[in-house]
Design a protein around this ligand. Structure first.
Ligand code: PLP
Length: 432
């Protein structure tokens, strides 16, 4: 019998390239038909055929308190009734700026945008304007949105769809080589490579942008020494250190990875959780850097829907909820419980597997030990992951459809959800 998912996908293929509005949704890496969703509540989702799933994607991070949280829905409905957009300042965006400043103290000033891509693209422009330098440094496998200059060795979506192995070349067609000529790429967690680069051209580097915990080549945890050296080198050479906390912000800890590791970047980019599921991004940091922005300074950046009242309300309400006492401790513990259970099931089934978590983010790897870099994660068994993914999906567990995606747990995931997931994994591992 043809499912509603299949019918919708076949129709979508005719009108939307690849049938999807963002490539990883197409299931190309794992094969099969993407799931079309109708409804979400708490930790659960229901697809077009009415099948129920426990959701470990959480809209790729934003749904940290679960789907359709009643407080968020009520707040959004109330604000929406006063108009959806003004294209002018509101008190809500000020409240958001105050909230971000309180939770992420390295952000002295902040500007709101509508996506993570806009946040990173704008942060880099500001860093270049501030330093008067052109070169930017990123790390292999880190994704910072789809702005041209950042599409080099750029993480999960591109790992799945393109040959991202050519060093220094754009990982997307349509990006001229000249546009990425000033984008330098280093191996994540490789302190020596960092020192070598800075010793050669440190004074030409405008900024270094990094996922302080990587979620875009699966989950990769930073070595403390690597992050500390990076901070010291940027300070020594006057390069702007940008922590891209679009994924880690408010998720690995209330103050993000910078609070967890006690490292203060010069600039931070945010997204996902600050919109609570609606489109909000932000970039901010040191006041002297942020004051380069128009209308004060010479760096131009703008947005019709920036600071949109409805989107900001969803984000603000989410940020209020996650400040409840013990929120992150519980999220971290639930995520650990999931990861430990999965490792045990794999061990029992004799499957080569490892897993780890940071706060509410987790990584599953079909390899002996948790990877520390792009090259290491590339050694994982993709076929084993694909089998595992489909078995889990059949059991009603919705994981990221690629061996190179991190997973997300929300505060709505109950002990029963975790136990059900581990039981489903037992079956999935035994089938590998
Ligand atoms: C670390 C990081 N930066 C930037 C982005 C881009 O955000 P958006 O998809 O909202 O443009 C993402 C998206 O996944 C991300 O994970």
């Amino acid at each position: 019998m043809t499912s509603q998912n299949q019918i919708l996908f076949e129709k979508s293929l005719k009108l939307i390239p690849g049938g999807v509005n963002s490539p990883v949704r197409a299931f190309r890496s794992v094969g099969g038909t993407p799931i079309f969703f109708k409804k979400g509540l708490g930790s659960k989702l229901w697809d077009a055929d009415g099948k129920e799933y426990i959701d470990y994607i959480n809209s790729w991070g934003p749904m940290i308190v679960g789907h359709a949280h009643p407080e968020i829905i009520a707040a959004v409905q109330a604000v929406a009734a006063n108009s959806l957009s003004f294209g002018a300042p509101t008190g809500l965006e000020l409240e958001m700026a105050e909230m971000i400043n309180k939770l992420v103290p390295s952000i002295e000033q902040v500007r709101l945008v509508s996506s993570g891509t806009e946040a990173t693209m704008s942060a880099i422009r500001v860093a270049r304007g501030f330093t008067g330098r052109n070169k930017i440094v990123k790390f292999e496998g880190c994704y910072h949105g789809h702005a041209d200059a950042l599409l080099v060795k750029a993480g999960s979506g591109l790992l799945t769809f393109n040959d991202a192995n050519a060093k220094g070349a754009p990982s997307s067609a349509g990006v001229p080589a000249e546009v990425v000529a000033d984008t330098l790429t280093l191996e994540y967690n490789n302190t020596q490579a960092l020192e070598d680069l800075f010793s050669k051209i440190g004074d030409q580097i405008a900024c270094v942008i990094i996922e302080p915990v990587v979620g875009n080549m699966n989950l990769i945890v930073p070595k403390m020494e690597f992050l500390q050296t990076l901070r010291a080198l940027c300070t020594k050479h006057g390069a702007v250190l940008i922590f891209d906390e679009v994924m880690t912000g408010f998720r690995v800890a209330l103050g993000g990875a910078q609070a967890l590791y006690n490292i203060k970047p010069d600039m931070t980019t945010l997204g996902k959780v600050i919109g609570g599921g609606l489109p909000v991004g932000a970039f901010g940091g040191r006041k002297d850097i942020m004051q380069c922005l128009a209308p004060l300074g010479a760096v131009y950046q703008a947005g019709t829907l920036s600071g949109n009242p409805v989107a900001v309300t969803a984000g603000l309400t989410t940020l209020k909820i996650i400040q409840e006492k013990g929120f992150h401790e519980k999220l971290t513990a639930q995520t650990k419980k999931l990861v430990n259970g999965l490792v045990q099931m794999a061990k029992d089934a004799g499957v080569t597997f490892s897993a780890q978590s940071v706060g509410g983010m987790f990584g599953l790897y079909f390899m002996k030990t948790c990877p520390a870099s792009f090259n290491e994660i590339m050694q994982s068994d993709k076929e084993a992951f694909n089998k595992f993914f489909h078995s889990m999906l059949d059991s009603g567990i919705y994981l990221g459809p690629s061996a190179f995606e991190a997973g997300f747990v929300s505060a709505a995931h109950s002990d029963a959800d975790i136990a059900f997931t581990i039981e489903a994994a037992k079956k999935a591992f035994s089938a590998i």
